[in-house]
Design a protein around this ligand. Structure first.
Ligand code: A2P
Length: 270
């Protein structure tokens, strides 16, 4: 048998059942947060708000973690918003990617933060902390969200002001977007709060719901299951505490096979 050609010898073998996509753009926000965009495989379909398994070859082995797709279903590219964990099995490598690098993605997306899992309502709240904003970055750029709801309120709470930038940039992008700006109009509000620095709005979203400050800041009435719908994405503790508050207000949790008044999903950490 002939010795393998040099380029074959060094070629990385892509596992079966996954897409190998090309990184197009990487933006670092802080030493803990970055976003990247990559090519979208021609046959890849997903619903805005879903997540996929994203991976890298580390040595001979692929390592995957769940990542919410931050781009909307209509986008020709795929976007992800990621934390950097210094010794994280995936993110310690993923944070070093550059345009032209290959990122793996398993073929089947899934998730509960989808419009189909909610019953019709007037006002949609998206409650997020940290990288939990990612699925909502997808949904706030999807026209269907504005067809289904009259008002969309995205809340984003982070420890520090610099961590809010991704969400603020999204609003700017929508305002400047050829079609979205008109479609979204003034239906979308971003309510950003910070817990460990000074900022015009401070505090955990759970406290701001409980003491009513979120409602007075936004000029909206208290939560009402007749008109309000919710989606929650954050840490396990944040999900639990926010879910309790929504349930106390009379909203019930839904799922893909049983739409109801709110849905939750853990913000994944790699
Ligand atoms: P805090 O600074 O008071 O812990 P993390 O990076 O730890 O996931 O936190 C992201 C944001 O979520 C922080 O502002 C944090 O506030 C907030 N947070 C953490 N736990 C909860 C919780 N149980 N309910 C609501 N917000 C939370």
């Amino acid at each position: 048998m002939n010795a393998p050609a040099k380029n074959e010898e060094f070629a990385v073998k892509i596992p079966d059942g996954v897409y190998a996509e090309t990184v197009l753009d990487v933006q670092h926000y802080t030493d803990r947060l970055f976003r990247f965009r990559m090519t979208r495989p021609a046959g890849f379909r997903f619903r805005s708000g879903e997540f996929a398994m994203i991976g890298l070859m580390v040595g001979e082995k692929p390592i995957y973690r769940a990542y919410s797709i931050a781009s909307p279903a209509w986008d020709e590219e795929l976007e992800f918003f990621s934390i950097k964990v210094p010794d994280g099995p995936l993110t310690s490598h993923l944070q070093k990617i550059k345009p032209g690098d290959t990122v793996l993605m398993r073929k089947k997306p899934t998730g509960t933060l989808v419009l189909d899992a909610l019953t019709p309502g007037k006002r949609l709240y998206m409650f997020s902390t940290g990288t939990g904003i990612a699925p909502f970055a997808s949904l706030i750029r999807d026209p269907e969200t504005y067809e289904k709801f009259e008002e969309v309120i995205l809340t984003h709470t982070c420890r520090e002001v610099s961590e809010l930038k991704y969400g603020q940039d999204l609003m700017e992008e929508i305002r400047n977007h050829e079609f979205l700006s008109e479609l979204v109009g003034d239906k979308l509000k971003l309510y950003s709060t910070v817990t460990r620095e000074d900022y015009p709005f401070t505090g955990r979203i759970t406290d701001l719901i409980e003491n009513g400050k979120m409602f007075s800041d936004l000029g909206v009435p208290p939560l009402d299951p007749a008109v309000d719908r919710g989606m929650i994405c954050g840490s396990a503790a944040m999900l639990k505490d926010t879910k309790e508050l929504l349930e106390r207000a009379g909203l019930t949790e839904g799922a893909n096979n049983k739409p109801s008044e709110f849905v939750i999903e853990r913000a994944f950490v790699g």
